[in-house]
Design a protein around this ligand. Structure first.
Ligand code: ATP
Ligand code: ZN
Length: 293
């Protein structure tokens, strides 16, 4: 592995210049307090309040830029990183840009399982992942590499079937294709270079990760305020297991208290129903900007 000593201190982060991941990645960076603009017009933008430079790239190039140490971090789909087989470290899965790489064939063809692909021509932009998938199963396919609009390859008789990214399946259906099997599930990931970094950059990455984790955790949590009779506090505590030490404030109205706490978003509605049954009222839910535990 090519490890170079890196003396620059600015953290360089690769993001997709223009595409499905761009808005969410920009929102995420803004959400952790990194300010910048003009990213639509420039290939590199400096940020105002954190020592970061953003490099705006085609998503296909991001894993290699990070692998080679040109960028220290990158935001890119797992599908791209796996396809390029880049030597990088995945720091976090980010749960946006979710999709899957799937086998699909025309409705009219008699290709219904992976085994039926034997001896067939398969169009894809993911030749490595496709080759590995069929290779592992001992199925012999001829790969036709296409960089875009893979779903029309069967109509053009360029291929018998395809391997392509799917999110809702609408594009496949619109082209008379049936999704048959998933090769891999993908989400956007934050990747890090394996190059040795300067102490200054290491520290910047640590600070960056504290902010990221605070933001990700906040996204999964909600701030909850409610009123309850004093007598039901114990029951309410047992309904919210995550509640270590809730804030309990006496209210002007005797025998009532206000309770403030943080609850996991995925349990929110279940918890609210139980709280109402336990006598809670005036339940207010608020988003959380960030949280450092
Ligand atoms: P670029 O110009 O940067 O090369 P692109 O056209 O290759 O862009 P996009 O279509 O913007 O890429 O997709 C970027 C990423 O979004 C994909 O690599 C994948 O991780 C994710 N994605 C999520 N849903 C889909 C989908 N239905 N089709 C394609 N990509 C998807
Ligand atoms: Zn691309």
């Amino acid at each position: 592995m090519n490890r170079t000593k890196d003396s620059s201190t600015s953290l360089r982060i690769a993001i997709q210049k223009s595409g499905r991941l761009t808005d969410k990645t920009v929102d995420l960076l803004h959400g952790i307090g990194i300010d910048f603009d003009n990213y639509k017009r420039n290939l590199m933008v400096k940020t105002r309040n954190f020592d970061v430079e953003l490099l705006l790239l085609r998503d296909d190039d991001i894993p290699e830029y990070v692998q080679d140490g040109v960028c220290d971090l990158g935001f890119v789909g797992a599908n791209v990183t796996r396809e390029t087989q880049a030597d990088v470290t995945v720091l976090r899965g980010l749960n946006y840009g979710n999709c899957r790489l799937s086998l699909a064939a025309p409705k009219s063809a008699d290709i219904r399982t992976a085994d039926d692909f034997d001896g067939k021509k398969v169009a894809t932009s993911y030749p490595n992942l496709t080759r590995d998938f069929f290779g592992n199963k001992g199925i012999d396919v001829q790969i036709v590499e296409i960089s875009g609009a893979v779903e029309i390859a069967p109509q053009l008789e360029v291929a018998d079937a395809i391997v392509d990214l799917v999110s809702t399946g609408g594009t496949l259906r619109a082209n008379g294709l049936i999704e048959l099997e998933t090769i891999m599930e993908s989400e956007t990931e934050l990747i890090r270079t394996n190059h040795e970094l300067s102490p200054g950059k290491k520290e910047l990455i640590e600070r960056f990760m504290v902010r990221m984790d605070g933001h990700l955790q906040a996204g999964k949590s909600r701030y909850m305020m409610l009123n309850a009779p004093k007598g039901s506090v114990d029951e309410i505590k047992s309904i919210i297991p995550s509640m270590k030490s809730p804030t309990i404030v006496p209210l002007a109205e005797d025998e009532m208290v206000a309770i403030h706490t943080v609850v996991p978003f995925n349990e929110l509605w279940l918890i609210m129903e139980k709280l109402k049954e336990a006598g809670a009222s005036d339940i207010v839910i608020l988003p959380i900007e960030s949280m450092i535990l």
